[in-house]
Design a protein around this ligand. Structure first.
Ligand code: GLC
Length: 468
């Protein structure tokens, strides 16, 4: 499967150097057998996370989302959406138009979240969010209306209801004090009330995976999985309620936010973690947490590559043994470089420009080795993600006692969207590990923002249906 890609990538590297470099890259090449094992471990962890008594200690949290239905195409109305989960925060005005079965983004605004704020007091973060929302309402002439609001908050939350959501812990570089263990909706409302100059309608809390599934679900009603491979990685899917032991009820389904980033936090992936993964984890702001995510997502891939390049240089396999200040600086090798480096046409030229930017003296063999390293790291990421997705698809198929499952996955995230061979390699892995599942991939545009509005719209539709 990766055969073609790696042959291309080894071209032009002398056999002697190649075999030495391959020694370092070997632990990144996971066999299909190994991937099957990983998938089997995750399968067990999904069950642990769903269990009434086992979920407290489960590394894969399997969080109920209180989203009980995907869109049926009759939803409509105007909504506000907030989207917080990476380095930016976004406010959107979204219109769901039933006649056209479309979710329209009327307008949106991005507010940067300064790094200090990501690590400062929570009150300051929520005041900033409330201020950005105010500016947006003013600019859109919406102040005075109380529109329902969907809040995409892409961190693990223990949801009690659709509008009550307790942050379990921060991930992806955030660490604001006073938020873990608190209800995020309450913190948002308090910040708005502190200002006292506007109000909001009913609130629905959503993880970005759920938003992605729901926004794709308006276009394709068989969309029952949402997956993100961006700064972080995660997926949600529709589970039978009777299997969700923490929630009352026997009939119907509920969307479960797996938080698969935490897979391996109990040490079960020890055999596939490399020494470089260990360093990335230990030097992160949350050591021991989200091990799977740290092998896969955009926040970490570049750093894994950098550590490998430093090691190869120290062992005289690159740049005649000479590093540079930039190469020795944590996080200086950005994940987006990998996409540029691995581009099919022009990849080598991009590599050379990037190496020059990083202050390195390279020759043509160096640039080919760097490309090979990037390929090993991105390929492992895609295959691990593929194995995890296959596990979910297989679970849905078995849940429904089907011989064959046809389903759609809504996907978002820069790694999936921007990397040249990531999606292809991920799909190939899913085909191998879930041969009885026929999966359509729908790339979501603006999913987490539009999806939050969609969740609010579906909740309103269901409320209307029960009233009538
Ligand atoms: C992290 C968060 C999770 C989110 C994912 C993708 O894993 O914990 O909630 O869905 O990143 O953004």
């Amino acid at each position: 499967m990766s055969g073609d890609a790696s042959t291309v990538h080894t071209d032009g590297i002398p056999p002697d150097a190649l075999s030495k470099v391959q020694e370092y890259l070997e632990p990144f090449h996971l066999s299909v057998e190994k991937l099957r094992e990983v998938s089997a471990r995750l399968r067990k962890d999904l069950v642990r996370g769903l269990g009434k008594h086992s979920h407290h200690k489960a590394p894969v949290k399997m969080l109920p989302t209180f989203v009980r239905a995907t869109p049926d195409g009759t939803e409509k109305g105007d909504f506000l959406a907030l989207d917080l989960g990476g380095t930016n925060f976004r406010v959107l005005h979204v219109r769901v138009v039933e006649e056209e079965q479309k979710v329209l983004k009327m307008d949106s605004q991005i507010c940067a979240i300064p790094k200090e704020m990501m690590l400062g007091p929570g009150v300051q973060l929520f005041d900033h969010i409330a201020a950005c929302l105010n500016d947006f309402l003013v600019s859109q002439n919406l102040k005075g209306q109380t529109l329902p609001l969907g809040f995409t908050f892409s961190f693990p939350c223990e949801q009690k209801e659709i509008d009550k959501s307790i942050l379990i812990r921060w991930t992806k570089g955030f660490n604001c004090s006073g938020v873990e263990g608190e209800d995020v909706v309450k913190l948002l409302k308090e910040a708005i009330h502190r200002r006292g100059d506007y109000d909001i309608g009913s609130v629905a809390m959503v993880n970005d995976t759920v938003g992605t599934m729901m926004s794709c679900g308006y276009r394709d009603q068989s969309c029952e999985i949402g997956m993100i491979i961006g700064t972080g990685t995660n997926a949600c899917y529709m589970e039978e309620i009777k299997n969700v032991r923490r929630v009352e009820g026997e009939d119907g389904r509920m969307c479960i936010n797996t938080e698969w980033g935490g897979f391996g936090d109990d040490g079960c992936l020890k055999d596939i973690r490399t020494e470089f993964d260990v360093v990335v984890d230990e030097t992160s702001i949350n050591p021991g947490i989200h091990n799977f995510e740290k092998m896969i997502s955009g926040m970490y891939l570049g750093e894994i590559v950098r550590l490998l390049l430093v090691r190869l240089t120290e062992n005289k396999l690159l740049f005649e043994g000479r590093t540079s200040e930039a190469l020795l600086t944590p996080d200086a090798f950005e994940t987006k470089f990998m996409s540029e480096i691995e581009e099919r046409d022009g990849g080598l030229e991009n590599t050379q420009n990037i190496l020059t930017e990083l202050g390195l003296k390279w020759d043509s063999v160096d640039s080919r080795i760097v490309r090979l390293v990037c390929n090993a790291v991105s390929s492992r990421s895609a295959r691990l993600c593929g194995a995890a997705l296959a596990t979910l698809a297989n679970r849905i198929r078995v849940n429904r006692r089907l011989d064959h499952l046809k389903t759609t996955v809504g996907v978002d995230g820069t790694v999936y969207k921007k990397h040249p061979n990531f999606s292809e390699e991920l799909r190939a892995t899913v085909r191998l590990l879930a041969p009885d599942c026929d999966i359509t991939f729908l790339v979501s545009e603006d999913g987490s923002g539009k999806g939050a509005a969609m969740v609010t719209a579906v909740a309103q539709r269901l409320a209307h249906q029960t009233q009538n």
